[in-house]
Ligand binder design. Structure first.
Ligand SMILES: NC(=O)c1ccc[n+]([C@@H]2O[C@H](COP(=O)([O-])OP(=O)(O)OC[C@H]3O[C@@H](n4cnc5c(N)ncnc54)[C@H](OP(=O)(O)O)[C@@H]3O)[C@@H](O)[C@H]2O)c1
Length: 447
């Protein structure tokens, strides 16, 4: 049995009142929320942990910046060593963002025997496995509930609530910015650019929105979910990613006329011992619970062999929702301190990773083609479909003028390898002018 070298011997004496000192790396949106909740919920925190939780220091970039909270100026620092090397600090909360500096500071804190809570999905998706090993080697906790879907306790649901089940599928609306944009496009008939500008004006989208609209933010989260749900070490590069920047108002209108809502879906699926992970714009049938998740809300649908369907819904970001997840992690660390079990709860990924080849990844697709409006074109399309084992479930044709027409279809299930080969094959065709869109489909009768 390893020595619990970081446990203050007196902390698990329930008869005494202890103070647990927190160091915040960052006092921006989430850090401010963490500070507020710790101040405002002192009594509840005390009853749950038998400890007084106190913010001892907060690392910031600018000491002089006006803060929305009333914090003692002496508690602010621009020197990270005041936190990660500070013997009085028990738990470090990383809410500064960025990858490399945050990674180094967390590693330093863990090596000093400090427990760490982080909200940083970029960091966890890239360096989670290495930091969890370091935490375990130092008998420290490292929790990161806020890194996926903000205020929704989905990681705890996977590792605790559903730990007895075998997860087969996780699908999530994991990015509030893109869900806000797609909802406005869908409900108000606005175009992509207008919705992006409005999302930026409302502070939902960054000045550089690439990570959100190109699906990278959602990919980081589905990589974290895949690792926890499938007990295997999923890396970000193994997630196939396509963002929403190509989604048009026409795509959304056609989706709705077929009975679907367009969503940016993160998907992690297990079939036997093979897994597949993706983020892509997906037509979700209106009867599926994810279809009614609108605006900046997030949701994660989880299917387990025993439990069947479950869904977790809530705010995916924001000061207090995200801070709630961070402070709940803090409470777990303090309870572990009481029990003397820090660093013991982690179950390292133990399953060999097998990625499913594209030839066995089957789903229906929505395809929108601009074609020549002349006899024989539909026959040509069905013939090329047959060449690649594809078939049509629903079809609609609309004349565009100038002897051109739009053909919009939903296919039956087809392999990803087939659809990619078909797209390459028809690229040079004279009958098909262009493939305007091609998106995955979830739910509905052809699924
Ligand atoms: N915002 C959300 O809703 C949300 C949701 C889920 C997860 N997260 C994650 O939570 C983390 C924090 O996000 P946030 O929105 O709170 O960020 P933020 O508002 O930009 O705050 C960052 C804080 O860190 C400080 N900081 C940044 N770089 C620093 C450096 N090099 N040295 C010292 N201090 C530094 C800043 O100092 P100053 O105050 O002096 O500028 C600021 O207090 C990120 O990893 C983010 O992905 C955020």
């Amino acid at each position: 049995m390893r020595a619990l070298k970081n446990l203050k011997p007196s902390v698990n004496d329930a008869s005494e009142n202890h103070t647990i000192n927190i160091g915040l790396l960052g006092l921006g949106t989430v850090g401010t929320g963490v500070y507020r909740i710790i101040q405002q919920h002192q009594e509840d925190l005390y009853h749950q942990t038998n400890c007084t939780i106190k913010v001892e220091k907060a690392l910031v970039q600018s000491i002089d910046k006006q803060r929305a909270i009333d914090i003692d100026a002496a508690a602010l620092t621009t020197n990270s060593e005041d936190i990660v090397m500070n013997e009085d600090i028990d738990i470090v909360v990383e809410v500064m963002g960025g990858v490399e500096e945050a990674r180094q500071l967390i590693a330093q804190a863990l090596e000093q025997g400090k427990h760490v809570v982080t909200a940083n999905k970029d960091l966890v998706a890239l360096h989670g496995a290495e930091l969890l090993t370091l935490a375990s080697d130092n008998d420290c906790d490292l929790f990161y509930e806020a890194s996926v879907a903000g205020g929704i306790p989905i990681l705890r649901a996977l590792v605790e609530g559903l730990s007895s089940d075998r997860i087969t599928k996780m699908m999530g609306i994991l990015n509030g910015t893109t869900n806000y944009m797609l909802t406005r496009m869908s409900q108000e008939g606005l175009d992509y650019k207008t919705c992006l500008t409005q999302a930026q004006e409302l502070g939902y989208a960054e000045a550089d929105p690439t990570a959100d609209v190109e699906g990278l933010d959602a990919a980081r989260k589905i990589a974290i979910l895949g690792t926890l749900g499938f007990h295997t070490d999923v890396s970000l590069s193994e997630v196939k990613v396509k963002g929403i920047s190509s989604v048009t108002k026409e795509d959304i209108d056609y989706s709705q006329s077929f009975g679907y809502e367009m969503k940016l879906l993160g998907m992690a699926e297990r079939d036997g011992d093979e897994i597949e992970l993706s983020v892509q714009p997906t037509l979700v049938h209106h009867t599926h619970p994810l279809a009614s998740v609108n605006g900046v809300f997030n949701a994660v649908y989880v299917h387990g062999e025993a439990v069947g369907e479950t869904m977790f819904y809530g705010p995916g970001a924001g000061e207090l929702p995200t801070a709630t997840a961070v402070v709940s992690d803090l409470i777990t660390v303090v309870k572990n301190l009481r029990l003397g079990v820090n660093g013991r709860g982690m179950v390292a990924p133990y399953k060999e990773k097998k990625l499913k080849p594209n030839s066995r990844v089957y789903r229906p697709y929505f395809i929108r083609l601009v074609v020549k409006d002349q006899p024989g074109v539909l026959a040509y399309i069905t013939q090329t479909f047959a060449n690649f084992d594809m078939s049509i479930s629903q079809i609609y044709q609309k004349p565009l003028g100038n002897e051109r027409a739009e053909v919009v279809m939903i296919t039956h299930k087809v392999s990803l390898a087939s659809i990619e080969a078909w797209m390459e094959d028809v690229e040079t065709s004279t009958e098909i002018e262009n493939i305007a869109s091609c998106y995955a489909v979830e739910g509905g009768k052809q699924a």
